[in-house]
Write a protein that binds this ligand. Structure first.
Ligand code: HEM
Ligand code: MG
Length: 319
């Protein structure tokens, strides 16, 4: 899909064509969350403005308005939906838990929305505080000031690759030194580096050959969830391609604070850039607790009839 002026795009919801609304005011119970990209899409009508959407709506919206590469869009969206969404109604909240995603399936499904900590949302975000300190999803003014300060000091007033490298390192060091529960294992290990690249890849106007995000436009996206006027999406499909460059500036092993602040210890069982398939397998076998609990509960179910001569079945694998 070529570069397109986002303000001229049309999109459809529920089969009804709608002109992209010009940033209608938020309704009282509209939901926004930790992702400035999805918040902006909801505020402009690429996603339902109440902040509750299906995976296919999200995948279409991020491609249409930001030109996110299809594989990245599908991977990120389903990673979120599997842990934070309602798999029965096929709805996901881009922020907090809400009844708008429909009746809750039985536990352990939490259907908590993107604000849920430690399954997708994680520590050392650029503009949101760590869960340990309370609010893990609203823009944090102190952190946003730091974002601007780093853009001025290292990028001449723009958030670019150098700023992304410096700020990612800074946020990790801050979490190590202040958050006793700091966890930087997969999937957070990957999303942290990928998300540091997103403002460069998606928030910079697609006609601009210089990959730097102005502070004015960063303020619109991060603080106001708003597209700049006359914005063109990325010229080519893209998604996380700078993540490795950001990691390589200050390589760190995936790990966590194991015993309070400043006890960061590598965790060799976590996926990292050398063991990317582990990201997939860890996610499927550990992060998605539903499957694990299904297997455990099927085990209890079988225990009850163990003496009946039936053969135990493992349709969902073994732990
Ligand atoms: C952060 C979800 C697409 C930009 C996040 C976070 C979540 C999330 C859960 C919070 C992680 C954290 O910082 O702890 C998603 C999902 C997407 C998506 C499910 C579906 C494709 C996008 C797009 C953009 C974007 C298209 C840019 C246009 C960002 C940025 C952050 C972020 C910059 C980091 C915020 C910060 O560190 O302060 N996203 N996102 N995301 N997202 Fe998204
Ligand atoms: Mg976070």
């Amino acid at each position: 899909m070529p570069p397109l002026p986002v303000s001229d795009l049309k999109t459809t919801f529920g089969g009804k064509p709608v002109q992209k609304p010009a940033y209608p005011p938020l309704e009282r119970d509209d939901i926004r969350g930790p992702c400035p990209g999805l918040n902006t899409l909801a505020s402009h009508g690429y996603l339902p403005s109440n902040g509750v959407a299906s995976p296919s709506q999200i995948i279409n919206a991020v491609q249409e308005a930001f030109n996110m590469e299809s594989g990245t869009a599908r991977f990120v969206t389903y990673a979120a939906h599997l842990v934070d969404g309602n798999l029965v109604t096929d709805l996901l909240s881009i922020g907090g838990k809400t009844s708008k995603t429909g009746p809750n399936p039985p536990a352990p499904a939490s259907v908590g929305g993107l604000n849920t900590h430690a399954v997708f949302e994680g520590d050392s975000s650029m503009t949101r505080a760590d869960f340990f300190f309370g609010d893990n999803h609203s823009l944090n003014e102190t952190l946003f000031k730091q974002f601007i300060d780093f853009s001025n000091r290292f990028g001449g007033g723009f958030y670019n690759l150098t700023v992304a490298q410096e700020l990612r390192h800074q946020r990790v060091q801050e979490s190590i030194a202040t958050n006793p529960t700091f966890n930087f294992t997969a999937p957070r290990f990957f999303t942290a580096f990928a998300e540091s690249s997103f403002p460069i890849e998606f928030f910079v106007d697609g006609r601009n050959p210089v990959r730097g995000l102005s502070i004015a436009n960063a303020t619109l996206f991060f603080k106001e969830s708003k597209f700049p006027v006359d914005f063109f999406r990325a010229a080519a499909p893209t998604g996380g391609s700078l993540a490795l460059d950001i990691f390589s500036a200050y390589p760190i092993a995936a790990g966590r604070n194991v015993n309070g602040i400043n006890t960061y210890t590598p965790d060799p069982t976590s996926a990292d850039f050398d063991k990317q398939c582990l990201l997939y397998s860890n996610f499927v076998t550990k992060t998605v607790v539903l499957r694990r609990n299904l297997i455990i509960n099927l085990g209890f179910f079988f225990d009850a009839i163990e003496n009946s001569g039936c053969t135990e079945l493992f349709p969902y694998g073994k732990l």
